[in-house]
Ligand binder design. Structure first.
Ligand SMILES: Nc1ncnc2c1ncn2[C@@H]1O[C@H](COP(=O)(O)OP(=O)(O)OP(=O)(O)O)[C@@H](O)[C@H]1O
Length: 313
């Protein structure tokens, strides 16, 4: 189900939370919204799910205007907020049962069992939520979002605060949804590697504005440099000598890395005596380079000092 965001604006008093981003989220995609703290991600999601109204602009979900048809949109969109508070004395199953009833869902028992199974909470379903770990609560939130098998899932920083195992489980769940359903998944994150792994399309927000939007693979490939990683055969000094002048050279414990212009990688590899290398690899710059470039370009255009990002590599 396609989502269209058009020139959406939202202020909280003097604070401009969203300053007119416009972009489309393709139907069936797993779409990442990246941004530094305060970039406007949560605000955008809250407008998208109809919790607040924009001051100006429009959001359409599958052709329905969120402001005019909020109720019908909410039937199509499930939201996992950043902080979902559950009544701690209820069991996971009871929480889902209440949510299913409020949403007027049929086949409640079967849906609840399916959702619990999908998020890996079946064994803990009859335990009180107060005994759940943070990761289990996040999974319960996701189970609640999945109950209605919605065509659109909006997940606000779904892995924030999870330990590595919790993060891995969450990634597997999102990947399974992507593989097995037609749902459009929109998620926000600070972690570029997570977006790179899960998402096919990404938008970068900063200060409420759209900095860049596009296909993750294309953004990754749009970097102007690559890193050629060379493993020396038996004479690292000779190899080190051979790569001087081709770009920025870094020696790691078992390799020599040369970051050079994308077009120069082939010439570099052709120029090195093949007897001096055991193995080579050409690394793409990754989404991080595209992300930093998007922020740096716009910042330079705005004539402001380069922004520090809090985004993890
Ligand atoms: N209810 C509110 N009242 C006042 N200001 C708000 C409110 N909600 C958000 N803001 C402000 O709007 C801006 C955007 O906030 P938002 O939470 O949308 O950003 P975010 O990208 O989700 O940030 P984070 O990554 O830190 O969660 C911030 O400057 C924030 O302080």
């Amino acid at each position: 189900m396609k989502i269209t965001i058009t020139d959406v604006r939202k202020r909280y008093g003097d604070v401009v939370a969203l300053d007119g981003p416009s972009f489309e989220i393709p139907s069936g995609s797993t779409f990442g919204v990246l941004g530094t703290n305060g970039a406007g991600k949560t605000t955008l999601f809250e407008l998208l799910v109809g919790h607040h109204e924009p001051d100006a602009g429009r959001i359409e979900v599958g052709g329905l205007d969120v402001e005019r048809a909020g109720h019908r949109v909410r039937e199509r969109v499930a939201f996992l907020p950043e902080h979902a508070g559950f009544p701690s004395s209820m069991t996971g199953r009871e929480v889902l049962s209440v949510h299913a009833r409020i949403r007027g869902l049929a086949d409640r028992e079967a849906r609840i069992d399916d959702a619990l199974e999908t998020v890996g909470l079946a064994d803990a379903a009859d335990r009180a939520v107060e005994g759940y770990s943070n990761g289990m609560e996040r999974r319960l939130g996701l189970a609640s979002a999945l109950l209605a098998e919605p065509p659109v899932l909006v997940l606000d920083e779904p892995t924030a605060g999870l330990d590595p195992r919790g993060v891995a489980t969450f990634h597997e769940i999102v990947e399974r949804i992507d593989r097995e359903t037609d749902a459009t998944v929109v998620l926000s994150s600070h972690v570029l590697s997570e977006v790179e792994r899960l998402c096919d399309t990404v938008a970068v927000l900063e200060d409420g504005e759209l900095r860049t939007v596009g296909d993750v693979d294309e953004l990754r490939a749009a970097g102007e440099t690559v890193t050629v990683v060379l493993q020396s055969a038996d004479d690292p000094a000779r190899l080190l000598d051979a790569v001087q002048g081709w770009g920025e050279v870094v020696e790691t414990t078992n390799a020599i890395e040369v970051t050079c212009e994308r077009d120069a990688a082939f010439d570099l590899l052709s120029a090195i005596d093949s007897e001096t290398i055991d193995r080579f690899e050409v690394r793409e710059p990754g989404l991080e380079a595209a992300f930093r470039k998007a922020l740096a370009t716009e910042t330079a255009a705005g004539d402001e000092p380069a922004a520090e990002t809090e985004v993890d590599a």
